[in-house]
Design a protein around this ligand. Structure first.
Ligand SMILES: Cc1cc2nc3c(=O)[nH]c(=O)nc-3n(C[C@H](O)[C@H](O)[C@H](O)COP(=O)(O)OP(=O)(O)OC[C@H]3O[C@@H](n4cnc5c(N)ncnc54)[C@H](O)[C@@H]3O)c2cc1C
Length: 499
């Protein structure tokens, strides 16, 4: 049971707060740190540490009309962002799926100032990337990356989640780890959302379970999707059921379960892959490799797409279609040098080399022998792409990023892994949860992957950095709304008292 109806007068409340935030990842942290300026906040986190998937993410964050863009004279807008998403749709997917323009432009339109807030008020250092590789689907440079104190771009969200966590604690947020929200509480008479419950020892027999009952005026569900729940994966996105998941283990679909018990409307289930990952180590390789001329071949030593020319989610979908969802990535020494020279990738790439994530070979025959591929066919595939330096017309699948692959070859066996599986709660432009009839569920909000997605359910629609943008911006918006409403309540109390 994920929703419990109670008589508030009979509950032994452990705490009462103005704002209970469920989930301490990107969305929940942004909401808690924002609201804490005016509101009393309790943040419930199921894991033993804070940050969720936002902490382990690669750290690309879109920001539309951020001050870092304006400083560089980059003209950007929420409508331009919306058009960039629309451009990802194929002809047939556009017939099937509709993007929610209001939601997209609300999130995009507030994303730049959310990033400014992160830098100026939260103290998270961010850089706008204007170097190689970053335009994938974006008409202008709008991808920002967290920067560590030592100036390194770690390609991780951790510097941002750390800064938000620190700010939340400084602002007095009661941050509770290993404290899952197991139930949403409703007033049994009015049906209003009035708090959350957390079972301390949920696996014990009921008599020995301790349940913490927290009364809350506002509740935000920011506990992501169901990527770590095999049962829901098999049921809602069976196409990825056999694949490995790369992400945090706590994201088991609790918001979705609550929503279903409340009879709320959910959007389309959607998954995301973020490959390629090396096999068997499961180390994530930068997607940008294919934009520098690396190729991916299958067990027949043949290409099956122009991997540089498709969004990385689509690239993984092609990989998923291969036997055992397996491929082999082939790059060379000059691509390695490029990645070591580029500030965006040098830290991550040095790590990959230190960890021996690539097999290195001087001949095509050696590469083929390593993976049991047909050497002649691999030689022919490489010779074909090498011809495509100027005119790729006669190269099967084309060659968006021509590059002559020459020894030494750096190779790895790869598979896609999924990083996201979600089905979100329909919300309005203030992230308030909305019923089927369009009315708002008072006091209840959803954000990040727990809420309706910007993609409108279309698997073709994704541009790098839009997930973290969504989680952080939606959290910031909910936090502002709660802070305003708490401040408003306080003002009206003072005014009434004065009168
Ligand atoms: C490898 C990887 C790379 C990625 N790279 C990028 C990228 O570069 N750019 C980008 O835009 N996106 C990226 N993403 C996606 C991005 O990380 C997520 O979309 C984003 O973090 C979602 O934010 P969220 O707040 O909804 O969820 P999360 O950040 O996952 O936070 C949810 C939190 O809720 C907690 N929780 C779950 N259930 C409960 C419960 N019942 N009670 C209390 N707490 C609960 C979880 O433990 C977690 O801490 C990446 C993801 C992965 C896995």
């Amino acid at each position: 049971m994920f929703v419990r109806d109670v008589d508030p007068e009979l509950v032994d409340w452990e705490a009462a707060t103005e704002f209970a935030v469920v989930g301490g990842g990107g969305c929940g942290l942004a909401a808690a740190a924002t609201a804490a300026v005016h509101a009393d906040v309790v943040l419930l986190e199921k894991a033993d540490r804070i940050g969720g998937k936002a902490r382990v993410a690669t750290g690309q964050i879109c920001g539309v009309d951020s001050s870092l863009q304006r400083e560089r004279g980059i003209d950007d807008s929420a409508e331009a962002f919306y058009d960039d998403l629309l451009a990802q749709q194929t002809e047939s997917s556009a017939d099937q799926y509709t993007l929610d323009r209001t939601l997209v432009t609300t999130v995009a339109g507030n994303s730049g100032r959310t990033l400014d807030w992160l830098r100026e008020e939260i103290g998270a250092d961010l850089t706008l990337h204007t170097g190689r590789f970053e335009m994938a689907g974006h008409r202008v440079h709008r991808t920002h990356y967290p920067v560590r104190d030592d100036g390194v771009i770690p390609r991780a969200g951790k510097p941002v989640t750390d800064a938000l966590h620190e700010a939340a604690v400084e602002r007095g947020v009661d941050v509770r780890t290993e404290f899952p929200c197991d139930q949403l509480l409703r007033d049994e008479t009015t049906g209003a959302v009035i708090g959350v419950a957390s079972k301390e020892n949920p696996t014990a027999v009921p008599r020995r379970q301790t349940t913490h009952m927290i009364r809350a005026d506002h509740v935000l569900l920011a506990c992501d999707g169901f990527a770590a729940n095999p049962e829901l994966i098999a049921e809602r996105v069976p196409e990825i059921a056999g694949l490995d998941y790369w992400g945090t283990r706590e994201n088991t679909g609790d918001a979705l379960r609550i929503a279903e018990e409340l009879g709320l409307r959910l959007d389309e289930p959607l998954y995301d892959m973020h490959g390629p990952f090396t096999v068997p180590e499961g180390v994530y390789l930068p997607n940008e490799l294919v934009k520098a001329g690396a190729i991916i071949v299958n067990d027949d030593a043949e290409r099956f797409m122009d991997c540089g020319n498709v969004p990385y989610r689509v690239m993984d979908m092609h990989l998923l279609d291969q036997p055992d969802a397996t491929g082999y990535i082939v790059l060379d020494g000059s691509i390695v040098d490029l990645f070591l020279d580029e500030p965006l990738t040098n830290h991550q790439f040095s790590f990959l080399l230190d960890e021996d994530c690539f097999d290195v070979a001087d001949t095509v025959a050696e590469v083929a022998a390593r993976y049991g591929l047909d050497g002649d066919r691999l030689g022919s595939t490489i010779a074909t792409v090498n011809r495509a330096t100027d005119d790729a017309a006669d190269v099967p699948y084309g060659r968006a990023y021509p590059h002559e692959l020459t020894p030494p070859f750096y190779t790895a066996k790869i598979q896609p892994m999924y990083v996201k599986a979600r089905q979100g709660i329909v919300v309005d432009e203030r992230m308030r949860v909305v019923r089927d009839d369009g009315s708002v569920v008072e006091n209840l909000y959803a954000g990040g992957n727990a809420a309706e997605s910007l993609e409108g359910g279309d698997p073709n629609v994704y541009i790098p950095g839009m997930d973290l943008m969504t989680a952080l911006t939606e959290g910031h918006l909910v936090g502002e709304f709660v802070a305003e409403s708490v401040a408003g309540d306080a003002d009206s109390t003072t005014t009434e008292g004065d009168a």
